[in-house]
Design a protein around this ligand. Structure first.
Ligand code: CUA
Length: 312
């Protein structure tokens, strides 16, 4: 997105500079031309000019509408990831960035990604508001406790790039920095496997957690089970006892684990205990990865076809 963002900025800068120079030149020129030459000289004020008023209203209007339309397009593209992305998970914490790959790799203050692949980051915070900022990719997104925010980018050149926290978050805010390593796809695959590779993928680790917390004793496919069957639930509409329908996305699943009585599924009693305080944000992400895997949605969702909706 860097070129699109920069072009907009250049346009903005050019227009602004033009008027800056024009206005200051005219101030200077008029000051000289219309200076008072003698004590008896009296100014003859202009009383009004409709033509002039219309002109200097319509030209700026036209220019700012271009800026608005163009800016909205760039903003929208920055907010809309392509359908097929590699999904990575970021947890901000005083004062570090923790990143999980679906294959199970975990890193701190480092992010390894393949070049030429759209990457979507799903982010949350363990404590206060942070902001994930990679200037080279022109992305900056708040990382907020209690909810998921997303950002996406497609790195076009291998290399090492700065990663910053751009929201003051306490004593060591200025040290909450890291690096993004953009690698050739085969290098990235080699990095993922490493010497031995991670023992468990995110979904597998989530599955273990699911059993350890005994979630499976209530959430089973058997009839008469105390909790709804979670297989195939991800991304699907769920009917609630209140008559409403919600989509079982990450936010809904997270809320249901931490605050089970907030949205009770129709046909079930509010008997689930809360897991607030028992799970950190990384474990929540793994549990959700497991529930997603029950719908047959495997990660990474690396794109296979040419992207369509992000071409400029
Ligand atoms: Cu985290 Cu500033």
């Amino acid at each position: 997105m860097a070129r699109a963002v920069d072009n907009l900025l250049y346009f903005w800068g050019t227009v602004s500079s033009f008027f800056l120079v024009l206005i200051f030149t005219m101030v200077l020129v008029f000051a000289i031309i219309y200076r008072r030459r003698s004590e008896s000289e009296r100014p003859r004020p202009i009383t009004g000019s409709l033509k002039l008023e219309l002109l200097w209203t319509s030209i700026p209007l036209f220019l700012v509408m271009i800026m608005f339309g163009w800016g909205a397009k760039v903003f929208y593209d920055l907010q809309t990831p392509p359908r097929e992305t590699l999904n990575l998970y970021v947890v901000g914490k005083q004062w570090m960035w923790k990143i999980q790959h679906p294959e199970g790799n975990r890193e701190i203050n480092e992010l390894h990604v393949p070049v030429g692949t759209p990457v979507k980051l799903q982010m949350t915070s363990e404590d206060v508001i942070h902001s994930f900022y990679v200037p080279a990719f022109r992305i900056k997104m708040d990382v907020v406790p209690g909810r998921y925010t997303t950002a996406w980018f497609e790195a076009t050149k291998p290399g090492k790039y700065h990663l910053f926290c751009a929201e003051f978050c306490g004593t060591d805010h200025s040290r909450m920095v890291g690096s993004v390593y953009v690698m050739e796809p085969d290098e990235y695959q080699a990095w993922l496997v490493g010497d031995t590779g991670p023992a468990l993928s995110m979904a597998e680790a989530g599955g273990q957690l699911f059993n350890r917390l005994s979630c499976h004793t209530c959430h089973s496919s058997e009839s008469g089970s105390r909790g709804p069957d979670l297989a195939g639930i991800y991304g699907q509409p769920v009917s609630l006892i209140s008559g409403e329908t919600v989509i079982a996305d990450e936010d809904y699943l997270r809320e249901s684990i931490l605050d089970p009585t907030a949205k009770i599924v129709a046909g079930y009693a509010p008997v689930m205990p809360t897991f607030r305080g028992q799970l950190n944000e990384e474990e929540l992400l793994r549990l959700i990865a497991y529930i997603r895997s029950l719908s047959g949605l495997s990660n990474p969702e690396v794109r296979t076809e040419e992207r369509t909706n992000t071409e400029q």
